[in-house]
Design a binder for this molecule. Sequence first.
Ligand code: URA
Length: 227
Amino acid sequence: MAASTSPTSQTHPASLPPSVFTLPQTAQLEALYTIIRDKTTSRGDFLFYSDRIIRLLVEESLNHLPVVPKTVETPTGVTYEGVGFEGKICGVSILRAGEAMEAGLREVCRSVRIGKILIQRDEETALPKLFYSKLPEDIASRYVLLLDPMLATGGSAMKAVEILEEQGVPEERIIFINLIAAPEGLRRFCGKFPSLRVITGWIDKGLNEKSYIIPGLGDFGERRYCE
Ligand code: URA
């Protein structure tokens, strides 16, 4: 039987779905976000401070995974009744921005398997379309940490979850990890997939007419990969 987990993350305002959890909204965390939101922040600082937030998000998401009772003997010869991880995990990054979160996941979960999904807008239908995916062959038996730093309309995230479900991953085994989310994207995403969990660092005000998150931080990929 799985022992209970006790996430430290906060639940959201009542208007947001119960499957959404934010990092504790401390002044320290807000200072990190202030740096990465600032348009004058250098690429080096953007990398450093966004990586710090990603690390916090990965650690927090692991708090949502189940554990089972596990007994060990310590070097003092005493038995310790603790817990161990219940199942195997893998990461799946939504390219290209999600790739930036892979290193943070690897720092915490050594030799974790990581898959990739590339979704782009289909110019004919204007809908998100799968262009490429490479996923661990045993993904259906793993917990999946789905990585995408910016949740705007939720279109790519929803398509990615459909692809994971087609591979046999149950919705409740998916944890979506995200730096900044727009409330409208969160509602759409969690409305469609109520059993998956979202761990986000910050929920912003909304979207502008170009579907950028407001206040946001601009284009995450540009900030991260371009000088
Ligand atoms: N992707 C980004 O990089 N930024 C946004 O504001 C929304 C989506």
